[in-house]
Ligand binder design. Structure first.
Ligand SMILES: NCc1[nH]cc(CCC(=O)O)c1CC(=O)O
Length: 320
């Protein structure tokens, strides 16, 4: 059975520099795999890119970055969308699916500053920029003398705000900085022991829509799927899904693999870092989803539901 390769494939992408880098990476790989196919990128602005003055958790969360791309696919203007997996909701709308997960870049958080070498070097009262409730909780727990302020926008915008002096330091995903050729901006990578990464951090995913023309997109994209990464993020996203995961809750889930052996760690916290539940499990990578359920169960035994409920109550009350 031979694969039906269309003469043209269109990749929908956000227009940020990171999103375009990621789309171009996929475009180049597909062009190499299918030289007879013309692979193009359709850049689009999403609501998540437009709303910059409010914390995402207050305006609708992750879905804001993917909706417009899904509309383009549903209308036949695009065949696939490339996303940072971290920004993809745990449940996709009817008719859409993740077809491939690419090999993960560095999943860790990065400490970025022009004046300080690490979080531990920051003086009392220093302002740290992050809009991630997960990063906020982890910093507040370990460094209660620091002040956390929201930081939105794409990577270049965030670095610009740091350079302007609005913050003593900011926390970003190492993966984004590396992909954009800015690894020198990383003053220190945060050990996952101290700053457990978000589910899917550092991984790119390709989303597709149901289609009626018989083209098997999953088969076409299969060579791009990296099985160990797909297994790791399956476990991580399962934890997130169990707790209704979005960026509205401080939740971390990170899996590492040694051969077929998976080590999955997860954490939930209150945004102020005063209450933290964390758990870990080991097991075969082929049981990724069950490992996710197991770690979620362990978190539940440590009152994870109550911890997250307090956080949601705070968000509803419009707390900062
Ligand atoms: N929430 C925004 C976002 N989505 C993906 C990345 C970075 C790249 C990745 O994790 O794959 C970032 C920026 C950041 O968290 O600093």
């Amino acid at each position: 059975m031979s694969l039906q390769v269309p003469s043209r494939l269109v990749i929908a992408s956000r227009e940020s520099r990171l999103a375009m880098w990621q789309a171009e990476h996929v475009r180049a790989r597909l062009s190499l795999l299918y030289p007879q196919c013309s692979v193009e990128i359709l850049g689009m602005t999403t609501r998540g890119d437009q709303i910059l003055d409010r914390t995402l958790s207050k305006v609708g969360g992750k879905g804001l970055f993917v909706k417009e791309l899904e509309v383009a696919m549903a209308e036949g203007r695009a065949d696939l969308a490339v996303h940072s997996l971290k920004d993809v909701p745990m449940e996709l709308p009817e008719g859409f699916a993740l077809a491939a997960v690419l090999e993960r870049e560095d999943p860790r958080d990065a400490f970025v500053s022009n004046d300080y070498a690490s979080l531990a070097d920051l003086p009392a009262g220093a302002v740290v920029g992050t809009s991630s409730l997960r990063r906020q909780a982890l910093i507040a727990a370990r460094y209660p003398h620091l002040v956390i302020k929201p930081l939105r926008g794409n990577l270049d915008t965030r670095l610009g705000k740091l350079d302007r002096g609005d913050y003593a330091a900011i926390i970003l995903a190492a993966a984004g900085l590396k992909r954009l050729g800015l690894p020198q901006r990383i003053r220190a990578v945060l050990d996952p022991e101290d700053s457990l990464p978000a589910a899917g951090q550092g991984a790119m995913a390709i989303e597709i829509a149901d289609r009626t023309d018989g083209v098997d997109m999953v088969a076409l994209l299969a060579p791009l799927n990296h099985v160990p990464t797909a297994q790791a993020v399956t476990a991580e996203r399962r934890v997130s899904k169990v707790f209704g995961g979005s960026c509205q809750v401080p939740l971390a889930a990170h899996a590492t693999l040694a051969g077929n052996q998976m080590h999955l760690r997860a954490m939930v916290a209150t945004p102020d870092g005063t209450r933290i539940a964390s758990a870990e499990v080991h097991g075969p990578a082929t049981d990724a989803a069950q490992l996710g359920d197991q770690v979620a169960e362990k978190l539940r035994e440590q009152d994870a539901v109550a911890i997250l409920a307090s956080c949601l109550a705070e968000a509803d009350g419009g707390g900062t």
